[in-house]
Design a protein around this ligand. Structure first.
Ligand SMILES: *Cc1c(COP(=O)(O)O)cnc(C)c1O
Length: 390
């Protein structure tokens, strides 16, 4: 089959919908509010958000105001929550588009309330409690005071109280248990003071998939819905990866033993072999560290082909000397399955010395996202102008 793209990420929206169903089953009576920040971890927030709307999701979490507005522009009417901090310049647009924000301090609660009142509008807020992540949020001892401020501020509407867990292995960490206890007692305190809390939410993917209880009214998984989770977490095996990353071979070259390859000649052929050049480099999200690791490969014709030489900005080279019959135009798989072999984002992260979140987030804008969904028509893929020939 002739490929239309140099490099592309295949996004399986059916897998996304299935992962959402797995999360919902695990969450029981708690709602699942998908987190689609950073362009849905590189997968494309717009299409995933539309799929969420389709699946009846009640709320979506995003990373910043710009992401929320982008989803509104794309026609996503689902309530949106900016999980991170917002800056003053963003407030008018947030109010206009009815986007909810997290509140992290007393001063912020007052300022947001005053601003909303001046505009004659109501701002939906979620009070964020810092139970141990130590990034954003009100400390538990100050939570009741800030909750009172929000409840008594006519410009604000308290939609939820939230926290965020720090441990990558979720409830397998003692730290998570401490966070959970602190969160629960803070909620009890706020409710005992007669303040109505419409939704309590804490769990990220790791907490949800490692048995957090109680889950509260909603959970906020991100990466699990993309089918990526550490294998040791409960039910992780029931998820399917949503993204695979591919490039077509654009050039083949036979080289003699002793030939130095790429910048600084970082790899030297120990035998005569054949190299294939892929039009995908570190600007497209192939980690530079893969080239220097000496342990990275991509899949072609279902076989591992080592990445050789330094990864360039736009290209990388692979050794295909052991795979017969390779042609220009054949598909190389950087992330994903080919035949019986599979390269997951976690595996790539391990080799590159990073985390799978960074691997998928780094997939660049030049990489065409190609969406597959058994529940929609192929015309939906025409979302981006064709690439110029270069
Ligand atoms: C990113 C994020 C999540 C989702 O985290 P995952 O590990 O991807 O499940 C949930 N809540 C907050 C506040 C976040 O920033």
């Amino acid at each position: 089959m002739r490929r239309r793209h140099r490099a592309w990420a295949r996004i399986d929206l059916t897998a996304f919908r299935e992962n959402l169903a797995v999360a919902r089953a695990l969450a029981g009576s708690a709602r699942v509010w998908p987190v689609l920040k950073a362009n849905a971890y590189g997968h494309g927030a717009r299409r995933l958000a539309l799929a969420c709307a389709d699946e009846g999701v009640e709320r979506i979490g995003v990373g910043d105001s710009g992401e929320a507005l982008e989803l509104r522009e794309a026609g996503v009417r689902v309530p949106l929550l900016v999980l991170g901090a917002v800056i003053d310049a963003e407030l008018p647009a947030l109010l206009r588009h009815d986007i909810e924000v997290g509140v992290h301090s007393e001063g912020r609660a007052r300022a947001l309330g005053a601003f909303a009142r001046k505009q004659g509008r109501l701002l939906g807020v979620h009070l964020k409690i810092d139970t141990g992540m130590t990034r954003l949020g009100v400390l538990p001892e100050a939570a009741l005071r800030v909750a009172r401020t929000i409840a008594s501020e006519p410009g604000l509407s308290l939609r939820g109280v939230m926290t965020h867990f720090a441990a990558r292995d979720g409830m397998q960490s003692g730290r998570s248990l401490e966070q959970q206890q602190s969160f629960q007692s803070t909620i009890t305190q706020i409710r005992a003071a007669g303040i109505e809390v419409p939704a309590v939410h804490g769990a990220n993917s790791a907490a949800l998939f490692s048995g957090l209880r109680p889950l509260g009214d909603a959970v906020r998984p991100g990466i699990a819905l993309l089918g990526i989770l550490p294998h040791e977490l409960t039910a992780a095996h029931t998820l399917r990866p949503v993204l695979s990353l591919h490039a077509q071979i654009v050039f083949l070259k036979d080289i003699p033993a002793g030939q130095a390859v790429g910048y600084d000649g970082q790899w030297i052929a120990s035998r005569p072999t054949r190299l294939a050049t892929l039009p995908i480099g570190y600007a497209d999200g192939v980690p530079y560290r893969l080239g220097t690791s000496g342990q990275a490969s991509v899949l072609v014709h279902g076989r591992h082909c080592p990445i050789v030489g330094a990864i360039s900005m736009d290209y990388c080279t692979i050794d295909v000397g052991h795979v017969p019959g390779i042609k220009v135009g054949d598909t190389a798989t950087i992330i994903g399955q080919d035949g019986n072999e599979c390269l997951g984002a976690q595996k790539i992260a391990d080799v590159a010395g990073t985390i799978p979140y960074e691997v998928t987030c780094s997939i660049g804008a030049r990489v065409q996202r190609v969406y597959h969904d058994t529940a929609s028509s192929p015309a939906d893929n025409r979302t981006r102008a064709p690439l110029p020939a270069y």
